[in-house]
Design a protein. Structure first.
Length: 75
């Protein structure tokens, strides 16, 4: 398995109420601080890409487009 380094947040963090609650739950479950930081970094990147505050409108097509976006950006 190849682990990638967790990058510092390069852009302004997204202020999303769902994200704050999710990260709080991860901390309560006693996950490693580095694990929580990794989740936060990845979810911040996704939320910046998604640009919508309504996660209930997220579709499988959105997820697939983000997956393709990651492939293009990291290639």
């Amino acid at each position: 398995m190849i682990l990638r380094a967790i990058q510092p947040l390069a852009e302004k963090p997204v202020d999303h109420p769902w994200l704050a609650g999710f990260l709080k739950q991860l901390r309560q479950e006693d996950l490693s601080p580095m694990t929580v930081r990794g989740y936060e970094s990845d979810l911040q990147s996704f939320l910046r890409w998604y640009e919508s505050r309504v996660l209930e409108q997220l579709t499988i097509a959105d997820v697939m487009n983000y997956w393709r976006h990651l492939g293009v950006c990291r290639a």
